[in-house]
Design a protein around this ligand. Structure first.
Ligand SMILES: [Zn+2]
Length: 138
């Protein structure tokens, strides 16, 4: 919540709830619909969820992942700087990894004269649990 204040954003009741419920559902990235259905959220409208999630993503407090259906999913971002996302295509469990190679790759863009650089690194697959379930189904 201090990070909100530092970014010049108000510590609203809904933002507090959003953090609490995302923490509760770790390590799963949630869609707007799933956030709305969570009991902590108490059924906010989709626009409220979407706007807040996007604002918090912009200041780096949440991380947005696009799922197989092109839907945005959100989770808490506990990693500063560029990070590698490894997401499960079935259950959306997501690991953020601050790979040391990423800043090096971003510096390539710098060398080519680009500024204001940000990057998104995503790997998808099946987590251990979903992988085993899929294997046992044949
Ligand atoms: Zn999974």
């Amino acid at each position: 919540m201090d990070r909100l204040a530092r970014a010049g954003l108000r510590r609203t009741n809904f933002r507090r709830k959003l953090f609490t419920l995302l923490l509760d559902r770790e390590p799963y990235a949630l869609s707007v619909g799933e956030i709305r259905e969570h009991p902590i959220a108490r059924n906010p409208d989709a626009v409220t969820v979407y706007r807040n999630a996007e604002t918090l993503t912009r200041i780096g407090m949440l991380d947005r992942i696009t799922d197989e259906k092109g839907r945005s999913r959100y989770r808490l971002n506990e990693v500063d700087g560029p990070n590698l996302k490894i997401a499960c295509r079935d259950c959306h469990a997501t690991v953020l990894h601050p790979s040391p190679r990423l800043p090096e790759l971003e510096s390539l863009a710098h060398e080519l004269g680009y500024s204001g650089i940000s990057s998104r690194w995503e790997i998808t697959g099946y987590c251990e649990e979903c992988g085993e379930r899929r294997a046992s189904r044949g």
